[in-house]
Design a binder for this molecule. Structure first.
Ligand SMILES: N[C@@H](CCC(=O)N[C@@H](CS)C(=O)NCC(=O)O)C(=O)O
Length: 230
């Protein structure tokens, strides 16, 4: 059961990070191929993954032949279905229902935060002014994290105690709070720290820094402070 995973720039591609974390945090072996977004190589890479336009995408062999799955939510559900022993969703039905809901909400929502504050693992900025729409997104994220942690988070530091698909989906939102120095409650700060101190996340970020590439249009002309745990 060998998987291939196609990703984009580790520093900037939030969906690639989510897709990769699904494998890394569940210890599912995977061969990763990557290409710089918006380059001809990126389009070429995706020809082996069904010829879609976006990352992440995965490919694996099944009894009926080669299977290609694109879109992070579809990848998450595919892996959870194929690896039930990994408990990628919480075991408790109420927790699982909430985890699925907030994962889907993230997948289709938080447009202001995602558009105004693109993921950027190179920088922590000073002086970014969030719009009201961004603040509204943050308030909702705070509510989600607080509910998950207070109801199901007693057994560990993640949203549902143990790591789940929901944590992979919220990881790039956690880094955005840090990168743009957005307002955070104590609970959110703790969860952001859990996210960025995780060994798999650190491995990903180091890989991104090693790519040593500034994607045009992604950096802001603002003062920066050092990334906290670098
Ligand atoms: N809904 C998709 C979104 C994927 C997506 O937007 N990926 C971006 C990278 S973060 C991409 O491939 N961008 C390349 C492009 O727009 O050409 C998912 O869940 O995977």
């Amino acid at each position: 059961m060998t998987y291939s995973l196609a990703i984009g720039d580790r520093t900037y591609s939030s969906w690639s990070l989510r897709g990769w974390l699904l494998f890394a945090k569940s210890d599912i072996p995977v061969d990763v191929v990557s290409a710089r977004m918006y380059s001809p190589e990126f389009i070429d890479m995706l020809k082996d993954f069904g010829g879609g336009r976006l990352v992440p995408a995965i490919r694996f062999d099944a009894s009926g032949g080669s299977v290609i799955v694109s879109d992070t939510l579809a990848i998450a559900e595919t892996l959870a279905e194929r690896h039930p022993d990994k408990h990628m969703w919480p075991q408790d039905p109420a927790a699982r229902g909430f985890a699925r809901s907030i994962t889907a909400e993230m997948h289709s929502g938080f447009a202001a935060l995602r558009n105004d504050c693109t993921m950027n693992l190179r920088h922590c900025y000073q002086g970014f002014s969030p719009s009201d729409a961004v603040l509204t997104d943050i308030a909702r994220i705070e509510k989600i994290w607080s509910e998950a942690r207070s109801r199901w988070g007693k057994s560990g530091p993640w949203l549902f105690g143990e790591y789940s698909i929901a944590d992979a989906f919220y990881a790039p939102l956690a880094t955005r709070l840090l990168t743009y120095r957005l307002p955070m409650s104590a609970l959110a700060k703790e969860y952001v720290e859990t996210t960025i101190n995780d060994a798999s996340f650190k491995e990903w970020r180091i890989g991104g820094l090693a790519e040593n590439y500034v994607q045009p249009g992604y950096d802001m002309d603002l003062q920066t402070t050092p990334w906290p745990n670098a």
